[in-house]
Design a protein around this ligand. Structure first.
Ligand SMILES: Cc1cc2nc3c(=O)[nH]c(=O)nc-3n(C[C@H](O)[C@H](O)[C@H](O)COP(=O)(O)OP(=O)(O)OC[C@H]3O[C@@H](n4cnc5c(N)ncnc54)[C@H](O)[C@@H]3O)c2cc1C
Ligand SMILES: *[C@@H]1O[C@H](CO)[C@@H](O)[C@H](O)[C@H]1NC(C)=O
Ligand SMILES: *[C@@H]1O[C@H](CO)[C@@H](O)[C@H](O)[C@H]1NC(C)=O
Ligand SMILES: *[C@@H]1O[C@H](CO)[C@@H](O)[C@H](O)[C@H]1NC(C)=O
Ligand SMILES: *[C@@H]1O[C@H](CO)[C@@H](O)[C@H](O)[C@H]1NC(C)=O
Ligand SMILES: *[C@@H]1O[C@H](CO)[C@@H](O)[C@H](O)[C@H]1NC(C)=O
Ligand SMILES: *[C@@H]1O[C@H](CO)[C@@H](O)[C@H](O)[C@H]1NC(C)=O
Length: 553
């Protein structure tokens, strides 16, 4: 999730005239910062698509941009991932909180600033714009970042990929673009030609009665951080990670050259772009991914609502279920469960699916039998006394029919900080009490005066196991993915009126206490680079495993 700036190795050689100890890149306050005429020349090169960014919530602050009505509208959209993705500097998390949409005339906030957000953005619509941005950044030694939806956080110049839209293409069978790369994939494929989001790709695939492996949330971008960093969703269990599906990328290199990367050409680049993370190895213009015929989809919705404010019963029941997760994962269930007091009492909600081989009742009954035996039956004795349990089943004729009928966008709350960890099968089945204790640690704060809001939550992603356990050639994901059964995530939010000290404390508790407790129960496992705690000091091992040195090289 951390944006690494583009590595421009040739720069080091070209910059021979520069003192060795000079700062790496020019910042706006430096003498070497490009003049206005240079920016204007860049703007001409990209046909007027260069914008100078202003903080999103500028309207909330005294000054020439002040506008109370606009401020109110910004404040009400502040948590909407689609609204954020529509701005060149809208980021989902960690929150860029250098200019929050607060009532600045009453709250004692620092002045509104861009923070880490880029000063300029090219709203790229074609490969030429991308190459022009790379060339400018190189010649002027300014930092460059690539933004797609901004579901990641990333300063000076950014290239916005979301505005590149060269269409989606369906291929009955995959043939590499030059026709010479024989892959062992004889199925269908879809080429995603620009800054599309998964909702676009799902709808497109559905027209051909196919599915693709994308994100649980429809607003995540396809070809950027998701595919390049790993990519999980409700179908990754069945078919492997998002990145495992990529057959070919079209990429703009730091040299400005446009190349293809697949199993035959530029294989190092292909491998790095399949798991090594976004924003580092090149700018991806398009990706061709495997597509699979759709199938009937079994849906199980389980909700456990605490009957009093005491979290203990729901947390304990959840720990018990987590210890049984391997059994339902091996049966093919997948999805993301949520454990939170957002709705008042503590609640566990799991909207899991199984992508069925067929809709014969024997297959459906088998799956239901496993879920009831492993999960639901244990909850029944406490139903009505400790909590209320609802267990519902539904069969949909296709995966898309299920996706369309159920809710997938993240709730309208900011997701300022998260920490996460992979758990292997053994660590889940053998540590039920420790996991119960962990869930209590994740749900509470110890520091005096430290508060998180009730939208803070624990997410239980069963998006691995199955096909994810099989290593795929030419991938560079954290090898821990290939042992993972659960991706446990903790998301902590602070109250809107929290001061900087309190925010700092919430962050510290998340890293030093909560993440540490997760690591304790899953040592050596690491986590998913796209959903990791940016303050984890062991980020190299935890995000990249033993792939790090190769990726750097
Ligand atoms: C609401 C929400 C839901 C999520 N759900 C899921 C989920 O279900 N499954 C999952 O696996 N992850 C999920 N994520 C995490 C998501 O995969 C990462 O945040 C991912 O990095 C987003 O990629 P993006 O391209 O949309 O975002 P951006 O922030 O635009 O980009 C992310 C990174 O990729 C780089 N990048 C973007 N485009 C390109 C490009 N064309 N070429 C090269 N580099 C590029 C950027 O520089 C940045 O480093 C979710 C995130 C959010 C905010
Ligand atoms: C780039 O040119 C366009 C079109 O002339 C203009 O609207 C825009 O403000 C310019 N951008 C910058 C940063 O000057
Ligand atoms: C901010 O607070 C001031 C003073 O209370 C009030 O007059 C103004 O309407 C508020 N603005 C918004 C956008 O709420
Ligand atoms: C595609 O490959 C699979 C697995 O190797 C094989 O079973 C299947 O027969 C092939 N289909 C075609 C049409 O070649
Ligand atoms: C919650 O219930 C458990 C079990 O009955 C009890 O041990 C614990 O003290 C209770 N916690 C609170 C905060 O009341
Ligand atoms: C939850 O588990 C803990 C430890 O096993 C126990 O002390 C507590 O009483 C349990 N709470 C409930 C409500 O059963
Ligand atoms: C739990 O109890 C309620 C009320 O009796 C009932 O409606 C519900 O079906 C029960 N849940 C399960 C999973 O049996």
């Amino acid at each position: 999730m951390r944006s690494l700036t583009m590595l421009l190795p040739s720069l080091v050689l070209l910059a021979g005239a520069q003192p060795v100890f000079a700062k790496c890149k020019c910042a706006p306050t430096d003498d070497c910062w490009p003049s206005v005429s240079k920016w204007t020349a860049l703007n001409d090169t990209v046909d007027g698509k260069l914008v100078q960014n202003q903080p999103l919530a500028e309207a909330c602050y005294q000054g020439p941009g002040y506008n109370a009505k606009q401020c109110q509208s910004i404040a009400s959209n502040w948590a909407d991932n689609t609204w954020l993705a529509d701005s060149p500097i809208g980021y989902s998390y960690p929150l860029v909180d250098t200019c929050p949409p607060i009532n600045a005339s009453v709250a004692a906030y620092p002045p509104c600033e861009l923070g880490n957000s880029p000063l300029y953005t090219i709203k790229a619509t074609q490969a030429h714009d991308v190459a022009a941005g790379i060339k400018f950044a190189k010649e002027n030694n300014v930092r460059l970042v690539i933004k797609n939806t901004g579901h990641d956080i990333s300063q000076p110049l950014s290239i916005w990929m979301k505005t590149i839209r060269n269409g989606l293409d369906y291929h009955e069978t995959f043939v590499s673009s030059d026709g010479s790369c024989h892959s062992d994939w004889n199925g269908s494929a879809i080429t995603i030609g620009g800054g599309y989001v998964w909702q676009d790709a799902y709808d497109f695939a559905a027209k051909y009665d196919h599915v693709v492996v994308g994100g649980g949330d429809p607003t995540v971008g396809c070809i950027g951080g998701f595919l390049q960093g790993g990519g999980h969703g409700s179908l990754s269990h069945e078919f492997g990670l998002g990145t495992d599906q990529v057959l070919e990328y079209q990429v703009v290199l730091a040299s400005g050259d446009i190349v293809k990367a697949n199993a035959c050409q530029n294989t190092d680049l292909f491998t790095a772009l399949r798991g090594g993370g976004g924003g580092t190895y090149g700018v991806v213009l398009s990706a061709t991914v495997k597509a699979y015929p759709t199938r009937p989809t079994l849906y199980h919705s389980l909700t456990i609502t605490g009957l009093n404010r005491n979290s203990s019963a729901v947390l304990n029941a959840t720990a018990n279920m987590i210890s049984k997760y391997p059994a339902i994962v091996d049966e093919g269930f997948a999805g993301t469960a949520l454990l939170t007091p957002t709705y008042g009492p503590w609640r566990y909600m799991s909207p899991f699916i199984k992508f069925l081989a067929n809709d014969f009742s024997a297959a459906i009954n088998h799956a239901k039998g496993v879920m009831n035996r492993e999960i639901v039956n244990d909850l029944l004795p406490g139903n009505g006394t400790d909590y209320h349990v609802e267990s519902e089943w539904h069969t949909y004729p296709s995966w898309h029919a299920w996706y369309a009928a159920t809710h997938h966008t993240s709730d309208g709350s900011k997701q300022p900080m998260m920490a996460s960890r992979f758990f292997g099968k053994q660590s889940l089945v053998s540590q039920q009490e420790n996991i119960a204790e962990l869930l209590h640690i994740l749900a509470t704060e110890t520091g005096e005066g430290v508060h998180t809001t009730s939208s803070s939550s624990t997410l239980l992603n069963i998006v691995a196991g199955g096909k994810v356990l099989e290593d795929a050639p030419h991938t560079s994901v954290n090898p821990a993915w290939r042992k993972a059964y659960l991706l446990l995530q903790r998301v902590d939010m602070w109250p809107a009126n929290a001061g900087s000290q309190e925010i700092q404390q919430v962050k510290e508790e998340l890293t030093t206490r909560k993440l540490a407790a997760m690591k304790n129960l899953a040592s050596g496992m690491g986590t998913y680079v796209n959903e990791a705690d940016p303050y984890d000091i062991e980020w190299k091992e935890d995000w990249f495993g033993d792939q790090y040195d190769w990726l750097v090289s």
